[in-house]
Ligand binder design. Structure first.
Ligand code: SF4
Length: 313
């Protein structure tokens, strides 16, 4: 039933507008809103007259209301902290603070503590090195909790298959079928257990060391096209063809000597395979080439291998 006009109110067009509101209702509501605004207006204006402009000569020493800062202080406050060494593949080893809240690292900051360190003679570094940190270190929180962080050992599918197939090699050259098993950059990665990765890694190391040991091993290497000087440098020890990426030696002082130790420990394997005795056993190679592929470093795999070949020549 169409709405009747209020007494004394001029009759209006009651054509429905969109969403079920009649033109008359709309105009009536607008008039009511205008009346409310005009009633509030004088009140707001009188209140505004009470607000006086604030004059602050030095906002660092006084400010009328700093309560809003509490929000930011609560956000940045931590309930625990930890000191750690940032050690990606750069050479800086910055000593950093992890700020922890509710058991999670929320941010990272420099320690500003380098100048406190002393060497054995009591020398101290200059404070001008501070702050030791960079954006990569500050962003480590995202790596800690990032969904792309590696939380399990990863193995290339082809490498696993090579191990599962019994580590087959070409009977003529001793080479692994690269098209079938060594599809770096193409094979998917498989997440495996630590037990599995240890088992497959040990199996590969033993296979490589056995394959390239002795005269037969050196012959395999020559047939695969390795430089005769490189082949001679192995002295017939297959363990010499195992590469462990040890990084830059100076960094080993703080963190990565493990790979050098692992390379040296291959002398035990050499002794087991060739029966050399402890004085003549040879370990693996560290700090050159890469350990990514079973078998010796190939110059066509990467420029690092090519550089190493240049060094040998
Ligand atoms: S904070 Fe930056 S410069 Fe320092 S070790 Fe980490 S990545 Fe290197």
């Amino acid at each position: 039933m169409p709405e009747q006009p209020h007494p004394g109110q001029p009759e209006m067009d009651a054509t429905p507008l969109k969403r079920g509101v009649t033109r008359r209702q709309f105009l009536f509501q607008m008039a009511a809103a205008g009346a409310a605004v005009s009633a509030i207006g004088p009140l707001a204006a009188s209140r505004a007259q009470m607000i006086r402009p604030v004059r602050i000569d030095n906002p660092m020493t006084e400010y009328p209301n700093r309560d809003w800062e509490k929000v930011y202080r609560d956000l940045i406050r931590s309930d625990d902290s930890s000191t750690f060494l940032c050690a990606p593949n750069d050479t800086h080893n910055c000593l950093l603070h992890a700020h922890i809240k509710h058991g999670l690292v929320t941010r990272i900051s420099p320690t500003f503590g380098y100048h406190k360190a002393t060497d054995l003679q009591g020398n101290q570094p200059t404070q001008r090195w501070e702050p030791r940190c960079c954006q990569k270190g500050l962003a480590l929180v995202r790596r800690f909790y990032g969904d792309r962080r590696c939380r399990k050992p990863m193995m290339r599918r082809g490498f696993k298959r090579w191990g599962d197939d019994g580590c087959p090699r070409d009977p003529e050259t001793g080479a692994v079928d690269a098209d079938k098993y060594l599809r770096r950059g193409q094979d998917p990665w498989l997440a495996v257990s630590w037990e599995q990765i240890f088992e497959y890694s040990a199996k590969a190391m033993v296979n490589i060391a056995e394959t390239y040991s002795g005269e037969q091993g050196q012959e395999y290497l020559r047939k695969q096209g390795y430089d005769p000087l490189m082949v001679d440098a192995t002295q017939g020890a297959g363990t010499q063809t195992l590469k462990f990426r040890g990084g830059m030696p100076a960094l080993g002082i703080t963190r990565i000597f493990d790979m050098y130790r692992a390379a040296n420990s291959m002398a035990l394997l050499d002794d087991t395979i060739r029966g050399t005795g402890p004085d003549n056993a040879l370990g693996g190679g560290a700090g050159r080439g890469c350990a990514a592929a079973p078998g010796p470093c190939r110059s066509d795999h990467c420029d690092q291998g090519a550089r190493w070949r240049g060094v040998v020549r």
